[in-house]
Design a protein around this ligand. Sequence first.
Ligand code: FAD
Ligand code: NAP
Length: 318
Amino acid sequence: MLDLAIIGGGPAGLTAGLYATRGGLENVVMYEKGMPGGAITQSSEVENYPGIKEVVTGMDLMAAWPEQCMRFGLKHEMVEVVRVSRPEGLCFQVELGDGTSVTAKSVIVATGGTPRKAGFKGEEEFFGRGVSTCATCDGFFYRDKEVAVIGGGDTALEEALYLANICSKVYIVHRRNEFRAAPSTVRRVEENEKIELVTDVVVEEVYGDAMGVQGLKVKRKSDGEEIDLPVPGVFVFVGYDVNNGVLKQENGSFLCDVNEWGEVVVDLAMKTSEEGLFAAGDVRIMAPKQVVCAAGDGANAAIGAIAYVEHLKRENLC
Ligand code: FAD
Ligand code: NAP
């Protein structure tokens, strides 16, 4: 029986592992289906992690994290978790992709999320070289430059407003004339002098060279007009999938409360509605989707898990 199972080995899962093992939990296993490090390892430039003065790649930023955790006894199993359930009593059952399962006294879910791709030409090729899905991460690289935002939902419009504080101009490129975003947000966008709306268009391609993106070509649906936006940065916000699949039960319900967008509901201590089950990082409600925040969540969740497991042991439960 594990004291703690951690699902996901990004900044949240790794930090949870560090705090849980240093805090005295035994038999702590982090289940990460790939190499530990998480989504940030896709980034070629990180300059907002406190204490790191240089611009570093995500790979370099995360390189020392696993080793630091393993030093205190964290174990990593490179396997996908299929489901976390609580069939009976207080113990959790963690079902693994290889068909086996383990029991655990407590669980921290730190599985992150995945921004959706829009599917236009050049999106993959220039990802991380001008195409981004994170304004907080990359907006500053385009300070006083023009950028385009693709999408018409709340995220696209809110991020466009954020970028308008940094960039000289923001084009919002949307496939319809109407926006899905809240009317109050649409109004703020329309009133912002730095934002120009380019609507009723299909994105044809993002183009550039070895140095990165040079522009975006779109075509107006109504009259076929081709429009060239010579921007060095393109931000894509066309939806986001929260990686909450491990919490889905056989009957389709979730093990704990999730909100209408599938984000795991937690309190300020990262506790979910299910006692002993915690969520940390990008998978939780209102996640700022930043490495420093995910790491903080992981520490917070681990401190809660330690207290919970101590309680079980004291009371001879589970
Ligand atoms: P993740 O890092 O997403 O880690 C989740 C892990 O869980 C993954 O490794 C995944 O393989 C694993 N996993 C998922 N499901 C399962 C399962 N069923 N079984 C086993 N393992 C599973 N943030 C910044 O602060 N600054 C930046 O400059 C910055 N730039 C970014 C650039 C890019 C290109 C990207 C993609 C993100 C960037 N971010 C940046 C955001 C940052 O990467 C995330 O906020 C952070 O990684 C979230 O950490 P997490 O641990 O919650 O989730
Ligand atoms: P979303 O609401 O699903 O919006 C996605 C947008 O991208 C839509 O405008 C959609 O166009 C467009 N789109 C989708 N696929 C595309 C493609 N392949 N090419 C071009 N455009 C494409 O996603 P979201 O903005 O990430 O929001 C997700 C949920 O979180 C929503 O329910 C939202 O309300 C919520 N949210 C709320 C807040 C808030 O309350 N402050 C903030 C952020 C997010 P169409 O409109 O034509 O479909």
